[in-house]
Design a protein around this ligand. Structure first.
Ligand SMILES: [Zn+2]
Length: 507
């Protein structure tokens, strides 16, 4: 380790520790914090954010980068040190244009806004959240304006925070491809969807039953372990919106929500969040508590979670070794449910209003709607006051439905409350990369035999070796290129959706 990198290493280790502390506060706010503590929690977060900001900005940081650059160019750094150095420069460039005081104020604001959103959602009233959202959008536009390069658009700056390999130019093409080939299939399901069940009455009963919350919780704690989640290095808790948060690879926290009595909702959330959690737990030990010790991007993160949710969880072969357990746990509900019916039920297309409950076929359109709205909000072509009507109009346009209230409509996601504009497209990038990875997985292992034989942990082993361990040291396209010999291509996703859903019906 060179003399100057040694100094930079102190900075980045401190930054990783501060991130861990801020993440813990965030996790606590979303799971079990006390309402009277809010004011002081947000103050503490503001102070931590200030400290974090100062580690990457100012003359000291700029000087340090200059000096380290010599060590970098002389080949005095190891591969891990090079990756840390590059990430340090990236964060320096992102944070330097933002005044420290404004950065702190924004962090304080978003530490309070989740509570406001939770209450507004409870009251089904967008008006209760709109003023807060207006402030958040204002900050995001301002920060993106500070940070943008010459000729760059604000929303591209925000997209880059979650998936550096994609911008609007690329996403517009990807979404057009999806609309062109997948929307006609969605339209067929919108007009008629008659599934052929062995026992329609039992299915009807299964779908409408309020499942015992404790039993669903038990199942949703079993599934992550079955997939390979290390319970000694992680926690499963509860929150309004399921999420996964890494403090570091030995402290990965995921949440779920079992309160609505549904079966598939929490089950697939559990499998989805496990995909995120396995990624974080698979980071190499040499990267723990560094600024590159986490998944490379939200796109690649969603590739893992959507792979587990859809390619693994919605494959009936995955359930073959588990079906007896389900029958024992839910003897009444499962009594007359055949494997065939279970398979059709979990893969049925419902054209619903809620993204996290969406089927695979309509899922990308939930994202396209948010992408189009975010683009307009950040460019200023629509105002927050027009957001709800625009939301409802687009749901009618793409999916032919109207949300029954604001909770099921414009208030359904937490992302805007936490200021995560630019995040949503990662879900489609991830779903598409998952379809691409699935083609690869089938070429290197007997995928379905592995699911059927209860050896699903083999997947974790493969992904750890080829993706997880690198953390932020390599990017999404580099990963795909390295293991598949080609970069991201949406054609795999379009083909996957059309084969799976277009095949049953004539198009
Ligand atoms: Zn996710």
């Amino acid at each position: 380790m060179g003399k100057y990198f040694d100094k930079l290493n102190e900075y980045q280790e401190k930054a990783a520790a501060l991130t861990a502390a801020m993440n813990l506060f965030d996790y606590d706010t979303q799971t079990n914090s006390l309402s009277k503590a809010d004011k002081y929690t947000s103050k503490a977060i503001g102070i931590l954010a200030d400290e974090y900001h100062s580690l990457f900005t100012g003359k000291k940081a700029a000087k340090l980068i200059k000096k380290c650059m010599k060590e970098y160019e002389n080949g005095a750094m190891t591969a891990v040190e090079c990756a840390i150095f590059k990430q340090y420069i990236k964060l320096h460039n992102e944070l330097s244009p933002i005044p420290a005081e404004e950065y702190r104020k924004f962090k304080e604001l978003t530490s309070k806004s989740v509570k406001v959103w939770v209450n507004a959602k409870k009251n089904k009233s967008f008006d209760d959240f709109a003023p807060m959202l207006e402030e958040i959008v204002g900050w995001k536009r301002k920060f993106a304006g500070y940070r943008k390069l010459k000729g760059q658009r604000e929303y591209d700056v925000l997209l880059g925070d979650y998936e550096p390999d994609f911008n609007m130019e690329k996403l517009d093409v990807i979404f057009e491809d999806i609309k062109k080939d997948v929307l006609p299939v969605v339209k067929i399901y919108r007009n008629s969807h008659n599934e052929t069940y062995d026992n329609p009455e039992a299915v009807e009963n299964f779908i409408n039953t309020a499942f015992d919350e404790n039993k669903i919780r038990e199942l949703c704690i079993f599934l992550p372990e079955y997939l390979g989640f290390d319970m000694d290095a992680g926690v499963i808790s509860e929150s309004e919106h399921p999420f996964t948060m890494n403090i570091h690879k030995y402290d990965v926290r995921m949440t779920n929500n079992y309160s609505n009595g549904d079966f598939f909702g929490p089950v697939f959330s559990s499998i989805h969040e496990t995909g995120h959690a396995l990624y974080e737990q698979g980071i190499d030990d040499s990267l723990v508590m560094t600024i590159i010790g986490e998944g490379t991007s939200m796109g690649m993160h969603e590739a893992q979670s959507r792979f587990y949710e859809n390619m693994v969880g919605k494959n009936i072969k995955f359930w073959k070794p588990l079906i007896c357990r389900l029958r024992k746990m839910f003897p009444d509900e499962m009594r007359d449910i055949s494997e065939h019916d279970f398979n059709i039920m979990m893969n049925r297309v419902t054209c619903g209003a809620v993204r996290i409950d969406a089927d695979e076929l309509t899922y990308p359109f939930h994202i396209i709607i948010r992408y189009e709205l975010e683009k307009s909000l950040i460019s200023g072509t629509i105002k927050v006051s027009e957001l709800k009507d625009e939301w409802n109009r687009k749901y009618k346009q793409y999916l032919g439905i109207e949300p029954k209230d604001d909770a099921e409509g414009v208030l359904q996601d937490v992302h805007w409350a936490t200021g995560e504009f630019g995040y949503f497209p990662s879900y489609v990038i991830g779903s598409a990369a998952a379809a691409q990875l699935c083609v690869h997985i089938k070429s290197v292992m007997q995928f379905e035999k592995c699911l059927e034989g209860g050896k699903v942990k083999d997947l974790k082993k493969y992904f750890t070796k080829n993706i997880y361990r690198y953390g932020k040291a390599i990017r999404t396209n580099e990963i795909l290129e390295k293991i598949m010999g080609e970069e991201f291509d949406v054609k795999y996703y379009v083909r996957y959706l059309c084969d799976k859903y277009g095949g049953e019906k004539e198009i």
